[in-house]
Design a protein around this ligand. Structure first.
Ligand SMILES: Cc1cc2nc3c(=O)[nH]c(=O)nc-3n(C[C@H](O)[C@H](O)[C@H](O)COP(=O)(O)OP(=O)(O)OC[C@H]3O[C@@H](n4cnc5c(N)ncnc54)[C@H](O)[C@@H]3O)c2cc1C
Length: 343
């Protein structure tokens, strides 16, 4: 029986937790998730408006695309989410969307973080937010994992699912466990950066555009806009609409080290160029995605890397595959296989 810690309550971490509970329940004495954030989702983030928590916007991932190459292998994951109403087919018009032949898009009526919450609930794990892991030590055959608040706990198995540069920031014995070639491979993983704005409106506000979402190709700052409730097919007179804006990667990279308070007005100016009649929102959230989508995955894209076998220390996440739902499923499945072979 093992005490297992999963670091990261994003899609990969939550799915690892659900799969462990599904497939190896008799091997778990305790399943714990720690995340540095205040809530679940990671880059599958759904934010609430300050004036009305029912008004929500997806600031990271927008929809789930089932690639034809994964349709069969991942069928059970899609069927599970569709049967629970977590996923629904995307039916709203998205201008400028490029679609691979045979691919299908799905939206999340309760927000994209509802996928992560679905898996967390299934896992029955003990989840602790505001827990930023800072150091990992190997002591008497167990992992001692420490947080920024000075607290620590001991585990038999640790699964790290954060973006790779955040794995490389960890201190303690883990620094010496990563050999030179693994370090070089980990350092080669790269991510794009971008900003996202969520604009939240009061009920009854009209946003008159003929699309639910639009990809923009001729603006230096803005790449994507979504009228989020319209995209998710949940338009209601009682809940205000919300708008999501993603910047281009070039803008995100140029302003990466700026304070987001200074970047927000630059983005708002550009939105006015695209939608001059856009009403003034009741509240705004600006999100900096330093690690947005993987531009170069871990060599071989095997889904995980085992840093230590006895006791187990394994890394997963989209950095080991690619940045979408299918990529995170592949990573979580690889982590599970690695654990099964070593249990
Ligand atoms: C702007 C944007 C748009 C996107 N669009 C799409 C899309 O339309 N469709 C799609 O499928 N995908 C999309 N993606 C990609 C998708 O969101 C990611 O591939 C996926 O969410 C990655 O999940 P993950 O669990 O591997 O990592 P993450 O979601 O990053 O989860 C890692 C978690 O680890 C936590 N963490 C980090 N460091 C520590 C630490 N030291 N201690 C404790 N916790 C820590 C973080 O808080 C985070 O919750 C998009 C991403 C972004 C940013």
């Amino acid at each position: 029986m093992a005490r297992v810690l999963i670091v990261g309550a994003g899609l990969t971490g939550s799915l690892c937790a659900a799969l462990l509970r599904r497939e190896l329940p008799q091997r778990l004495s305790r399943l714990v998730l720690w995340d540095k954030a205040r809530g679940a989702g990671g880059r599958m983030a759904t934010s609430r408006g300050a004036q009305d928590p029912k008004c929500t916007a997806d600031l990271g991932a927008q929809y789930v695309t089932r690639g034809p190459e994964h349709a069969e292998a991942h069928q059970r994951f899609y069927e599970d989410l569709l049967s629970h109403g977590v996923l629904k087919p995307l039916t709203a018009p998205v201008d400028g969307m490029m679609m691979k032949e045979g691919a299908e898009n799905f939206v999340t009526p309760q927000g994209i973080s509802s996928i992560v919450k679905h898996y967390l609930k299934e896992s029955g794990a003990d989840i602790f937010y505001d827990h930023r892991v800072t150091q990992i030590y190997l002591k008497n055959g167990k992992w001692e994992v420490c947080t920024n608040t000075g607290s620590s706990d001991k585990f038999d198995i640790v699964i790290l699912t954060m973006p790779v540069p955040q794995i490389l920031q960890l201190q303690g014995d883990i620094v010496n466990l990563i050999n030179k070639s693994q370090r070089q491979q980990l350092e080669s993983v790269s991510y794009s950066s971008r900003y996202a704005l969520g604009l939240f409106y009061e009920a009854g506000t009209q946003i008159d555009v003929p699309w639910a979402a639009q990809y923009i190709s001729n603006n230096p700052c803005i790449r994507f806009i979504s009228i989020d409730n319209k995209k998710r097919n949940i338009e209601s007179p009682e809940i205000g609409p919300s708008v999501v804006v993603h910047t281009s990667v070039s803008f995100g990279t140029e302003y990466l080290e700026w304070d987001k308070e200074k970047v927000q007005p630059l983005i708002l100016d550009q939105i006015k160029e695209i939608i001059p009649d856009l009403p003034k929102p009741a509240s705004i959230k600006c999100q900096k995605w330093r690690y947005s989508q993987v531009t170069k995955a871990f060599p071989g894209s095997a889904g995980q890397i085992t840093l230590h076998a006895k006791p187990f220390l394994v890394c997963g996440g989209d950095g080991f595959t690619h940045s979408n739902f299918d990529g995170c499923i592949d990573s979580a499945l690889s982590v599970l296989e690695a654990l099964k072979s070593g249990f």
